[in-house]
Write a protein of this length. Structure first.
Length: 219
């Protein structure tokens, strides 16, 4: 998998590169420090799977640079990685064709889940945008409306919280004193209620619903 990472801060690129390595053993990272360099890299690497662009790096000019990149490379999904949490920046980036907007303070597990969603063809909208003005920022799927949250039981929410921190079925079963078969049944129900197809989409859908996934149940 080949990923273009464009940001004008060397230290940030190095740190994010370590996170991106968790996406798979075959990750090939192409780096750039400006939009101009990013375009040159994309021209030289026609098989890019994903591009991560900083909104404020040299030559970017905000979403104008994003539109420029998308026009030249329409088949490459682009995720904006930015220090801005302004709703207007998020909405303008999505309107300009970004497949996601990730704040630079986002935790590695959430960032990886977001990128997996984008790589699967989805769109990631950050939780802070949904919390502040959910009516103004469209979530990845119209099926993920807030009304779906009421369909999850307390036990399913416990399973979902553990799922959100990367626990496998075996560990979830042990921590909740359930059989693995029962955990699988709960996961199937969660997928159905949230209208998703896998674990990553379930966690992201729950985040879009502003469900509290930050604290795993105590034992």
């Amino acid at each position: 998998m080949k990923i273009l990472l464009a940001d004008d801060h060397d230290l940030f690129r190095a740190g994010l590169g370590m996170v991106l390595s968790e996406l798979g053993a075959d990750i090939c990272l192409v780096q750039a420090a400006s939009l101009t360099a990013a375009i040159h890299c994309a021209e030289a690497e026609p098989d890019l799977d994903l591009a991560l662009l900083d909104l404020n790096m040299p030559a970017m000019n905000g979403t104008a640079g994003l539109r420029n990149f998308r026009e030249q490379f329409p088949d490459v999904p682009v995720v904006i990685v930015s220090g801005s949490d302004e709703l207007s920046d998020i909405q303008q980036a999505l309107d300009a064709g970004a497949s996601g907007f990730i704040h630079k303070s986002t935790s590695p597990p959430v960032m990886l889940s977001a990128l997996r969603l984008v790589l699967a063809g989805g769109v990631y909208v950050p939780l802070q945008a949904m919390k502040r003005e959910p009516a103004k920022v469209a979530p990845p799927s119209p099926a993920h409306g807030r009304g779906w949250a009421s369909g999850l039981t307390a036990r399913q929410m416990e399973v979902l919280r553990l799922l959100a921190v990367g626990k496998p079925n075996k560990v979830i079963a042990r921590e909740l004193d359930l059989s693995e078969g029962t955990v699988k049944i709960h996961l199937s129900a969660i997928f159905r209620v949230l209208d998703v197809n896998n674990r990553t989409e379930a966690v992201l859908a729950a985040q879009q619903l502003s469900l509290d996934l930050g604290v795993a149940p105590r034992h």
